[in-house]
Design a protein around this ligand. Structure first.
Ligand code: CAA
Length: 258
């Protein structure tokens, strides 16, 4: 059994696949996973050849939450001093599009990790939930915040107060998941999606991500202004010149990511 908490595959053209690798614990997110995954995401983000990053788990579990065994005996002082889960904020700094490809359990921190990604594509076997309340705690990696923004107050309250899970279909209807596919197609579909994104202009993709994520932080007027300024900024890129010229010439664009 490999003792690496994550496996990284950059063999695909412009795409990196990061696979959670703690099968004995249903990919529970230990502090080591947090360190390894955030470090890998930062490294891949700095690599110009990587234009989309897929984060995935196993057929059984994307991740069944933060590692309960690692936390169970901690005191308040220890959790506070360590700022437990604080390191996950590094995922927000990743500018490369992140795709969560989810099969099986995505519970607690697993659901929260999926929501740290820009797009969630789910197998029909996926089950999402925030069961922390059944452990006498509450979400700590963004569940109360990102889930509420993703699916609204009523459903977020329902999930976080009861600890129940939702199916991939319910998650798609609720707006958390962008696509549901059959389990045997999950990785292929995620790669196809990532390949399409990787074929776009990287600066434009970064700007899309920045603009959409900004909408969760600022007023509508500020967000619209920010979007318009980013739009203007695309006119400083070679890819804008190429993209529009290609449209007019009725040919596919050849983006150069500048
Ligand atoms: N942490 C640590 N170990 C876990 C784990 C977790 N979150 N989830 C599963 N495991 C371990 C089990 O302890 C078990 O290990 P052993 O074989 O050594 O006993 C192994 O993974 C397989 O799990 P089960 O035997 O329980 O498998 P199952 O098929 O019967 O049940 C499950 C699957 C319903 C997902 C069940 O494992 C479960 O309920 N897991 C916990 C889910 C949960 O509560 N997640 C929230 C964690 S807290 C959190 O995430 C806080 C936050 O906001 C970040």
């Amino acid at each position: 059994m490999s003792d690496e908490t994550i496996l990284i595959d950059v063999a695909h053209d412009g795409i990196a696949i990061v696979t959670l690798n703690r099968p004995h614990a249903l990919n529970a997110l230990s502090l080591q996973v947090m360190r390894d995954l955030t470090a890998a995401a930062a490294t891949l983000d700095a690599e110009p050849a990587v234009k989309a990053i897929i984060i995935t788990g196993s057929a059984t579990a994307f991740a069944a939450g933060a590692d309960i065994k690692e936390m169970a005996d901690r005191t308040y002082s220890e959790m506070d001093a360590a700022d437990w889960f604080g390191g996950w904020s590094a995922m927000s700094a990743v500018r490369t599009p992140l795709i969560a490809a989810v099969a099986g359990y995505a519970l607690g921190g697993g659901c929260e990790l999926a929501m740290m990604c820009d797009i969630v594509i789910a197998a029909d076997t996926a089950r999402f939930g925030q069961p922390e309340i059944t452990l006498g705690v509450i979400p700590g990696m963004g569940g109360s915040q990102r889930l509420t923004r993703a699916i609204g107050k009523a459903k977020a309250m329902d999930l976080c107060l009861t600890g129940r899970t939702m199916t991939a279909d319910e998650a798609e209807r609720a707006g958390m998941v962008s696509r549901v596919v059959s389990a045997d197609q999950l990785l292929d579909q995620a790669i196809q999606l990532a390949t399409r994104i990787a074929g776009m202009s990287a600066p434009a993709a970064r700007m899309v991500k920045e603009a959409i994520n900004r909408s969760f932080e600022v007023s509508l007027a500020e967000g619209l202004l920010h979007e318009r300024r980013l739009f203007h900024a695309t006119f400083a890129t070679a890819d804008q010149t190429e993209g529009m010229a290609a449209f007019i010439a009725k040919r596919p664009p050849q983006f150069i990511d500048r």
